[in-house]
Design a protein around this ligand. Structure first.
Ligand code: CAA
Length: 256
């Protein structure tokens, strides 16, 4: 299997599993990634996903240069033929954590950028080397990197394609936390479990408001926020969380 997918206790685990190619994404991996993400989105019992890579060396080194780039060339101008993922084409408002266990290059960094929370192992490194292949990031890198870090830093990384290490990624705000490799999954799981204690409809609404709102003018953004707030104030979890606060007890969150 190019991708491992399992669900435990409200957490979906997506592991890119092509260690011999440093977890490069070939067409099969992309298809399986799309299927896993759609399953995660549709499953009411899955509240948070963690995406990682299957070996210590690489999270993902991007599109498979041998197997994937020729396909992207064959189907150019027909992007709808690419399976929908969080890179492009799939709306998914549940929170996703990247556990970056090693190299995150090209499409690998673009996948990290499409996640909401990013935990890096100390040996992780990040880069968008596509220009050195005479192409450019095609899975969101030029759009999401410049929204994630200051413009001059994004330009430096995108123009030169050089790698930065985990500490530098933390310094520029690309990742939330850097931990020893041995603690990576435990840390990602701890963040995931903490997220599972928060009413999930509220987390999803915040993600939707943040991401859609970033593309709107303030007035439209405030309207979107008000609409999502109207939806949340009528939710069962809000009523339960409010009662629990007043009764000084732990709420029984159900995702409704
Ligand atoms: N696609 C396919 N295979 C890859 C790969 C990739 N992106 N990156 C590495 N591999 C393979 C290598 O071919 C090699 O396989 P073999 O053992 O069968 O020869 C194996 O992984 C190990 O790689 P190296 O021997 O090169 O290991 P290294 O330690 O010397 O270098 C590296 C590691 C720096 C990651 C180097 O392999 C490299 O630069 N890889 C290319 C990374 C890259 O350019 N990614 C961008 C892809 S394009 C993209 O992602 C476009 C997009 O936005 C959609």
């Amino acid at each position: 299997m190019a991708l491992l997918y399992e669900k435990r206790d409200r957490i979906a685990y997506i592991t890119i599993n092509r260690p011999r190619a440093l977890n490069a994404i070939d067409p099969e991996t992309l298809k399986e990634l799309s299927e896993a993400l759609i399953d995660f989105r549709e499953d009411n019992n899955a509240w948070v996903a963690i995406i990682t890579g299957s070996d210590r060396r690489a999270f993902c080194v991007g599109a498979d240069i041998k197997e994937m780039l020729p396909v992207l060339s064959d189907i150019r101008n027909e992007w709808w033929r690419v399976p929908p993922t969080i890179l492009r084409g799939l709306e998914l408002w549940k929170p996703i954590i990247a556990a970056v266990n090693g190299l995150a290059l090209g499409g690998g960094l673009e996948l990290v950028l499409a996640c909401d929370i990013r935990i890096a192992a100390e040996n992780a490194s990040f880069g968008v080397p596509e220009v050195t292949l005479g192409i450019m990031p095609g899975w969101g890198g030029t759009q999401r990197l410049v929204r994630a870090v200051p413009a001059a830093i994004a330009a430096e990384m995108l123009f030169f394609g050089q790698r930065i290490d985990a500490q530098e990624a933390y310094r520029i705000g690309l990742v939330n936390k850097v931990v020893p490799q041995a603690d990576l999954m435990a840390t990602a799981e701890e963040w995931a479990r903490r997220l599972c204690e928060i009413p999930p409809l509220a987390v999803r609404a915040v993600k939707e408001a943040m991401i859609k709102g970033a593309e709107m003018n303030l007035e439209d953004g405030l309207r979107l926020e008000a609409k999502l707030m109207d939806y949340l104030v009528a939710s069962e979890d809000h009523k339960e969380a409010r009662s629990a606060f007043l009764e000084k007890r732990k709420p029984n969150i159900r995702g409704k």
